[in-house]
Write a protein that binds this ligand. Structure first.
Ligand SMILES: Cc1cc2nc3c(=O)[nH]c(=O)nc-3n(C[C@H](O)[C@H](O)[C@H](O)COP(=O)(O)OP(=O)(O)OC[C@H]3O[C@@H](n4cnc5c(N)ncnc54)[C@H](O)[C@@H]3O)c2cc1C
Length: 450
């Protein structure tokens, strides 16, 4: 067993863990981050949702598809006022810290080139399922797809790659025509057309994962065929707002290629937001991995065993490295739990709810549910309320997990951040990576203060 003594141990390497580790390193602390693999961050669309404005708290399309709604920070404030268990409401200083957290996220994940709108509004970006989403930050390859300011007389061209179902251009174009016609307010539907790019795929490509496809299509021949089809389509289409690409035309060096393509076809080009499995999500996760190492945290790729507690505090955590090397025993006076929810492994729902690393109580909103039957918290229909998606660790205002009573700090020296937190549904509330970034940054900073 190798021994490591550091100031801060971060469990989990998604967006929350990455920012917690970097915040603690920047505060001058020695930091170890342990990650056993990829979680929800890897599956995300490639965009960072902080908050969108929900009219009367309703979900879904409650106004014109192209209206960005409230500026991001005001929308987050609205979430805090309307959802008392949401981390924006419960955790001290989260909403004012959002701009700083987004800046830190962009710095750490600089390889993913994350951009926001300069006016603080959400972007309105199209997805591979033909819907639109309001989001605060997106990869540079996506931001030119912002439809918030699009005019009805401009064409949106959607690339259709035969045989491939993810981001099927004909389906996406149909969806966008429908969505942009909803809500009225004097704005017409957008002119959306598909552009078929023949000859670059075969029926076998329909069976490939987006990642394999991205690797296969990242070559000069394919890119030349795509560019030629687009030059012709743009010449035919009249005034073009943007060309939308399915997000599988390459894994690396992608931003430079998209900029080159824009120069060649003479109009903006943007990737669609991806459904999982997501090539842009993978780009974000890999950019975070690089950033954490670059900033100076020690990264252990391996599985952290449940923490060992002595006299009510964490004594150590053993880590079994993937590479089959000798395990590590990590000791740190401060631990930040960023293990995610069901996908990351931070919360278990095998019949009953449990938090496996520290044995912390699990809450749904403010109700203690550890050991409770999961089925009792699952809505029958997808559109029903799904309380199990809000299960997690309940904390005080400085992200210290609480005991079953919901008031007393459970384990001194422990903070929690990101998807492992109770009180919000990352997907439905449109605050997924925003919460991970801001709570991760604050948890790392507070852990560094001790
Ligand atoms: C399909 C999907 C699409 C989404 N799309 C978006 C989107 O477009 N925009 C958005 O803002 N949000 C989106 N979200 C939500 C968002 O991805 C999450 O809220 C966010 O990524 C959570 O980050 P996290 O760091 O808390 O957790 P995760 O990214 O899940 O990271 C958890 C980490 O903990 C590690 N871990 C857990 N247990 C152990 C252990 N025992 N030992 C070592 N390591 C461990 C995992 O390996 C992983 O590194 C999406 C979520 C999903 C599932």
């Amino acid at each position: 067993m190798r021994e490591l003594d550091v100031d801060v141990l971060v469990l989990g390497g998604g967006a929350a863990g990455s920012l917690a580790a970097v915040a603690a390193v920047r505060a001058g602390k020695r930091v170890v981050l342990v990650r056993r693999g990829d979680g929800a961050t890897m599956l995300s669309s490639g965009a960072v949702d902080v908050a969108e404005h929900h009219v009367d708290g309703a979900l879904g399309l409650t106004r014109h598809a192209r209206q960005p709604g409230l500026p991001v920070r005001e929308a987050a404030q609205q979430v805090a006022e309307r959802s008392r268990w949401h981390p924006y409401a419960r955790v001290r200083g989260t909403v004012p810290a959002i701009p700083e957290a987004l800046t830190m996220l962009a710095e750490v994940a600089r390889g993913a080139e994350l951009w926001t709108r300069p006016d603080g509004e959400n972007m309105v970006l199209a997805s591979t399922v033909g819907t639109v989403k309001r989001t605060a930050m997106a990869q540079s390859t996506m931001v030119h797809g912002d439809l918030a300011d699009a005019h009805a007389d401009e064409a949106v061209l959607v690339v259709h790659v035969p045989h491939v179902t993810l981001g099927d251009g004909k389906h996406v174009a149909g969806g966008l025509r429908w969505y942009t016609a909803q809500g009225g307010e004097g704005r017409g539907a957008l002119r959306v057309e598909d552009v078929v790019v023949p000859g670059i795929t075969t029926p076998d490509d329909g069976l490939r994962s987006p990642r394999e496809l991205a690797r296969r299509l990242q070559n000069d021949e394919v890119r030349e065929a795509l560019a030629r089809s687009l030059v012709e389509a743009v010449a035919r289409a009249g005034r073009v707002r943007v060309v939308l690409l399915p997000p599988f035309f390459g894994l690396g060096g992608h931003a430079e290629w998209v900029r080159g393509l824009e120069a060649r076809v003479g109009v903006p080009v943007a990737e669609l937001l991806s459904a999982p499995p997501s090539v842009p999500g993978e780009r974000l996760q890999r950019a975070l991995d690089e950033g954490v190492a670059r900033e100076g945290a020690t990264v252990l790729e391996g599985v952290a065993a449940p923490a060992v507690l002595t006299e009510g505090v964490v004594s150590h955590v053993d880590v079994v490295p993937h590479a089959g090397e000798v395990p590590y025993r990590v000791r740190a006076p401060q631990v930040v739990l960023c293990t995610g929810k069901y996908l990351g492994g931070g919360i278990r729902r095998e019949g009953h709810f449990a938090e496996p690393m520290l044995g912390l109580p699990v809450f749904i909103d403010g109700t203690h549910v550890t050991g409770g039957w999961v089925g009792g918290y699952v809505g029958e229909l997808p559109e029903d309320d799904q309380p199990f998606m809000r299960a997690g660790v309940l904390t005080d205002g400085t992200l210290q997990p609480l005991k079953e009573d919901g008031r007393t700090v459970a384990i001194p020296g422990v903070r929690a951040a990101g998807n492992v937190l109770a009180g919000y549904d990352a997907a439905r509330m449109g605050t997924g990576l925003g919460v991970a970034a801001v709570t991760g940054m604050l948890a790392g900073r507070w852990a560094a203060e001790g």
